[in-house]
Write a protein that binds this ligand. Structure first.
Ligand SMILES: NC(=O)c1ccc[n+]([C@@H]2O[C@H](COP(=O)([O-])OP(=O)(O)OC[C@H]3O[C@@H](n4cnc5c(N)ncnc54)[C@H](OP(=O)(O)O)[C@@H]3O)[C@@H](O)[C@H]2O)c1
Length: 312
C-alpha cells in the first residue's frame, strides 16, 4: 500500500453525493479511480476514470473491480443498500483494507442516535461485518445535507408550498453540503495512511458546513426568498413531537419513521462541532446565504418523500 490511499474504487459515483466525491477527487489528479456502476445505469463518467460495469450482486465481477484497491467508497441509493453486504464481501475477497460504508448522515457511532433510530442501529451491524471480514471502516458523519435537505423539505421547511414547522427547542446542530462532503472525502483520502490508521480506522470522520438551529435555518430561507414569516404557513412544535411522530410510524411498521427520528434527533443531539475534522482537512468556509439561495433555486416541487426513497 502506498503512503496514501492512491487506488480508489467508488460505488454510486453518479449519485447526489457520489458525483461530488468524484469531481473533488478528479481535481486532485493524484490517484487511480475506478467507478463501479450497474450495467443498466445511464450514468456517464469522465474519460480519465476507469468504469467497471457490474451488478451490485455480482460477487466475481465486483471482486475483479476491487482488485488492487486501497479503499472502497460506497455511496448507494437507499434502494440499493441491501446490496452493501455483497459489495463488502467482494472488497474483502479482493484484499481491500479500508471501506467507507454508505452512511453520510447522523453519527451512527453516537449511542444515543443509534439507540433512537433503527436505520442507524443497522449501521452498527455493517461496522461489525466490515471488521469480521478483516477490513477497517471509516464512517463519514455529516448530519442532514443542508442543500439537498432544503431542496426536498427534509428539515420541515417546504420551499415549494411555503409551509414550515419550527422546532423552537432545536439545538444548534451541524449540517453539511454535498460539495463539502465531496471535498472532505477527497482531502481525507489524501492524508498519510498511517494517520488514517491511527486516528480514523474503525472510527468516525465528522464533517460540517454550518452549525445552526432549525429556526435559524428558516431565517436564512426567509432571507434567500425575500419573504417574511407572514408569507408562510408556519406551525410550531418541539423536537420531542417530531420524535413521537417517528416512533408512532415505526410502531405501525412504517419505516419512513426512521427519517422523522433522524431529523428529530438532530434537533436534540446534532451538535458534534467538537469533533469536526474540517481544519485537519483544510476545508474552506462556505457562505450560508449562497448555499440557501442555490437550494431555493433547485427546490423540488412536491417535497421530500421518505417513503418513496426507501421503496426505491
Ligand atoms: N444526510 C443526508 O441528508 C442524506 C441524504 C440522502 C442520502 N444520504 C446517504 O448518502 C448515501 C448516498 O445517497 P445519494 O442520494 O447520493 O444516492 P443516489 O443519488 O440516490 O444514488 C447513488 C447511486 O446508487 C445507484 N443506484 C440507484 N438506484 C439504485 C438501486 N435501485 N439499486 C442499486 N443501486 C442504485 C446509482 O449508481 P449507478 O447508476 O452508477 O449504478 C446511483 O447513482 C445514501 O445511502 C444515504 O446513506 C444522506
Amino acid at each position: 500500500m502506498s503512503s496514501y490511499l492512491k487506488n480508489v474504487a467508488l460505488v454510486g459515483a453518479s449519485g447526489n453525493l457520489g458525483s461530488k466525491v468524484l469531481s473533488a477527487l478528479l481535481k486532485q489528479d493524484k490517484r487511480n479511480i475506478t467507478v463501479v456502476s450497474r450495467p443498466s445505469s445511464s450514468a456517464q463518467f469522465p474519460a480519465s476514470v476507469e468504469v467497471h460495469k457490474a451488478e451490485y450482486t455480482d460477487a466475481a465481477s465486483l471482486q475483479s473491480a476491487f482488485k488492487g484497491k486501497d479503499v472502497v467508497v460506497i455511496m448507494l441509493a437507499f434502494a440499493g443498500l441491501q446490496d452493501e453486504i455483497k459489495i463488502l464481501e467482494a472488497a474483502a475477497r479482493a484484499g481491500v483494507k479500508y471501506v467507507i460504508p454508505s452512511e453520510y448522515g447522523a453519527p451512527s457511532k453516537n449511542p444515543k442516535m443509534a439507540d433512537a433510530v433503527p436505520l442507524l442501529k443497522a449501521k452498527l451491524d455493517i461496522h461489525k461485518k466490515i471488521e469480521s471480514l478483516g477490513m477497517k471502516y471509516i464512517v463519514v458523519s455529516t448530519n442532514g445535507w443542508i442543500d439537498y435537505g432544503l431542496q426536498y423539505g427534509m428539515f420541515d421547511i417546504d420551499l415549494a408550498s411555503r409551509r414550515a414547522t419550527l422546532y423552537t427547542d432545536s439545538v444548534s446542530f451541524n449540517t453539511t453540503t454535498t460539495a463539502q462532503i465531496g471535498a472532505g472525502i477527497a482531502s481525507f483520502l489524501a492524508l498519510p495512511t498511517d494517520l488514517i490508521e491511527k486516528q480514523f480506522a474503525n472510527e468516525c470522520l465528522y464533517l460540517s458546513s454550518f452549525q445552526l438551529t432549525q429556526p435559524q435555518l428558516f431565517e436564512a430561507v426567509l432571507k434567500a426568498t425575500g419573504s417574511t414569516e407572514s408569507d408562510w404557513q408556519v406551525g410550531r412544535k418541539t423536537a420531542e413531537d417530531k420524535l413521537a411522530e417517528g416512533r408512532k410510524k415505526l410502531e405501525a411498521g412504517d419505516m419512513s419513521g426512521n427519517f422523522d427520528m433522524l431529523v428529530g434527533m438532530s434537533f436534540v443531539e446534532g451538535d458534534y462541532s467538537a469533533q469536526v475534522a474540517n481544519e485537519l482537512l483544510g476545508l474552506g468556509q462556505e457562505d450560508l446565504d449562497e448555499v440557501v439561495r442555490e437550494a431555493v433555486k433547485a427546490a423540488a416541487p412536491g417535497g421530500w418523500s421518505a417513503g418513496s426513497l426507501l421503496a426505491g
